[in-house]
Write a protein that binds this ligand. Structure first.
Ligand code: MN
Ligand code: MN
Length: 463
């Protein structure tokens, strides 16, 4: 063999899908992303993502799971956890004790939540106090249009859905920032303090209530409008989950339209692709397949809708029980793709990544063997055996893949739900889409990588 042949045979050479995939595949990626963008626009919060998921699932024959029922191969069920997380399953032909195949993504994203007592007036302007959710660079959330999404549970127990700022005729809201002319002191703050947590106040009104002796008439006028629209009083903010998210829609990026820019792609990009894979799953898969769309990942997966909770374990146990098997037997034989994003190489900030072990846009779905920080703290670290299995599966399925680490060693780090699912004695590896500007109000992914994630989950479910 000459050097060129040895090169081909022995060396790993990641490929840019824009160059190496067929034109048809790239076209399919583009058209897949039209559906993806629609999903992003109507699923900006975990609640909306669950709602949209259930709508799509019901169209594809999924029915609500009943733990007292016994299911047959090919049956399609969903299990809605409090409207904020959801699990879908298609029953396979193999006995469930052989294990299930799980794809687990999260549908919550960084945002600004309203405090329990948010409404106030200052200098005849009405504002909302917020408490940010997840890891944000606070300065990125100023001076951009924000929409208000969520629910209010009134004193009478009625639950009201809120969504303002998405329709063309809707008003939007914003966090104000200081003009550069007067920002001398602010500009000498550290970037992390450029905007402080208590400065993320939302501008919501400026016109006072007319012809009245009352004080704080701008605040009162806003409260009056909210009462007229939602029948709510100030105390109802306590029993509400109101979230400010970017008001803009998903867009193509670039002259070549090769990328998608949108809010909340971490991790709805894996949420949507794994959801589509289970919706498009063949009638009767070999093993039972499960798609989990979880909440609370961005705050550590705590709480009863986060994956440190037992709802996935209980769901598997219920499925197992109806076949007369222990849940732990099923879990111990199960496999999971922890479907989450990784950082894409950004040439503008190249020094935080190690070029040989970072993911690149258009190089396909990224396998992340371990996450964590420093000396691999807080990671489940997939075994060589399972990583080998996943790699073979992707190669056999013709899925373009690459590997990636989240930045240089000791540069920082982060985790996913992988560790919590691995703790259930499941084989887990992280697999997802590389993202630019992760956690920013406008994140960027490549359409090819999105489509390859879908193909990866589809291949995994069909194995
Ligand atoms: Mn994520
Ligand atoms: Mn994240």
């Amino acid at each position: 063999m000459n050097a060129k042949e040895y090169q081909e045979k022995l060396l790993l050479k990641p490929k840019n899908g824009g160059e190496t995939l067929s034109v048809e595949t790239v076209d399919q990626a583009d058209s897949f992303c039209e559906d993806y963008k629609r999903f992003l626009d109507c699923a900006k919060t975990e609640r909306e993502a669950v709602e949209e998921t259930l709508k799509l699932a019901k169209q594809k024959g999924f029915t609500e799971y009943d733990y007292q029922k016994t299911y047959q191969p090919g049956d399609r069920v969903y299990c809605n956890n409090r409207g904020k997380a959801v699990m879908l399953a298609v029953i396979g032909s193999q006995p469930i004790e052989n294990g299930v195949k799980i794809a687990a993504a999260h549908i919550d994203s960084p945002r600004l939540d309203l405090k329990p007592r948010p409404l106030y007036e200052d200098a005849e302007l009405a504002l909302f106090k917020t408490h940010y959710y997840g890891g944000i660079k606070k300065y990125q959330w100023t001076a951009i249009p924000l929409a208000l999404h969520g629910v209010i549970v009134r004193a009478d127990g009625e639950k009201i859905k809120v969504c303002i700022g998405e329709d063309a005729g809707d008003p939007v809201f914003c966090v104000t920032d200081l003009l550069p002319h007067l920002a001398k002191d602010q500009m000498s703050r550290k970037l992390s303090d450029g905007i402080k947590g208590e400065e993320l106040n939302i501008l919501i009104g400026s016109r006072p209530f007319r012809d009245d002796e009352a004080s704080e008439k701008v605040k009162l006028n806003i409260m009056r409008l909210l009462y007229e629209k939602y029948g709510m009083t100030e105390a109802d903010f306590l029993s509400a989950e109101l979230e400010l998210v970017p008001a803009f829609q998903a867009k193509d990026i670039g002259f070549d339209r090769s990328m998608v820019g949108a809010y909340g792609q971490d991790d709805r990009v894996c949420g949507y692709t794994s959801l589509r894979a289970i919706l498009d799953c063949k009638q009767v898969p070999s093993k039972t397949v499960v798609c989990v769309l979880a909440d609370k990942e961005e705050t550590g997966s705590d709480g009863n809708t986060g994956l440190q909770s037992s709802y996935l374990k209980y769901f598997i146990a219920d499925l197992a029980k109806s076949s007369g098997v222990e849940g732990r037997t099923v879990l111990s034989h199960s496999e999971c793709l922890s479907a989450d994003v990784n950082a894409a190489f950004d040439p503008t900030f190249s020094d935080v990544t190690e070029r040989r072990n970072t993911a690149y846009l258009n190089y396909g779905v990224v396998i992340t063997k371990y996450t964590g920080a420093r000396g691999k703290s807080g990671t489940s670290d997939a075994s060589a055996e399972f990583a080998g299995k996943v790699r073979r599966m992707l190669d056999q399925g013709g899925v373009l893949w690459q590997t990636g680490e989240l930045g240089k060693v000791d540069q920082g780090g982060g985790g996913t739900v992988a560790a919590y699912i691995a703790n259930l004695n499941v084989d887990v590896i992280d697999l997802g889409v590389p993202v630019l500007s992760m956690h920013a109000p406008f994140e960027v992914v490549s359409k090819i990588d999105v489509y390859m994630a879908y193909q990866a989950f589809l291949t995994f479910f069909h194995e």
